[in-house]
Design a protein around this ligand. Structure first.
Ligand code: AMP
Length: 182
């Protein structure tokens, strides 16, 4: 079962993905976490990604594909996965469809987590990651609107998209996601 958690930065994809992966006993693939680890370990992918992650811009699609392909080849992927922060462009969505069909898999559901911008900015400023400054948050939100939000139409056209309200207690939001994927 492949589930995509979709939504702007700060809607809670990472928190919810970790809980779901645990409840459903499937893998959790966060491309953001993968890039941060690669940057920390100064791998080749990390060096390619660093400038983009620091600025809150999207890492180029071909670099993203490398990290996703590697993760999908891991044995833990066999039972399925929660994808968190991927795909973020149409090219990535197309690449994902190809990588999944090569493995006999497909996207079960895309859950769009909806949170208003004011709440997002408040949450991210409180989280305080290196890319959670006001200026970089604004850039990430604008990148989301321009490059990633159009995928909502793509997945709606595939009849795969469910939108849930992402404001509330973590467990309450988690229950909404669980009903959306059942
Ligand atoms: P996140 O942890 O999902 O907020 O991602 C942090 C940063 O990693 C983003 O601002 C991008 O620079 C980069 N990143 C993560 N996932 C992707 C992706 N699918 N495509 C391009 N860049 C990504």
């Amino acid at each position: 079962m492949i589930i995509i958690l979709f939504g702007a930065p700060g809607v809670g994809k990472g928190t919810q993905a970790a809980i779901l992966a645990n409840k459903l006993s499937i893998a959790h693939l966060s491309t953001g976490d993968a890039f941060r680890a690669a940057i920390k370990n100064q791998t080749e992918v990390g060096k390619l990604a660093k400038g983009y992650v620091d600025a809150g811009d999207l890492v180029p699609d071909e670099v993203v594909a490398r990290i996703v392909d590697e993760a999908m080849n891991d044995a833990s992927f066999a039972n399925g996965a929660i994808l968190d922060g991927f795909p973020r462009t149409q090219a990535q969505a197309d690449a994902l469809a190809g990588m999944l069909s090569a493995r006999g898999l497909s996207v079960h559901r895309v859950v769009n987590i909806d949170v208003d911008d004011a709440t997002i900015i408040e949450r991210l400023l409180a989280r305080g990651r290196a890319d959670d400054t006001r200026e970089i948050i604004e850039n990430r939100l604008s990148v989301y609107r321009q490059e990633t939000a159009p995928l909502l139409d793509y997945y709606t056209a595939q009849d795969n998209l469910v939108t849930i309200d992402g404001v509330g207690e973590v467990e309450q939001v988690n229950q909404r996601i669980l009903s959306a994927i059942s």
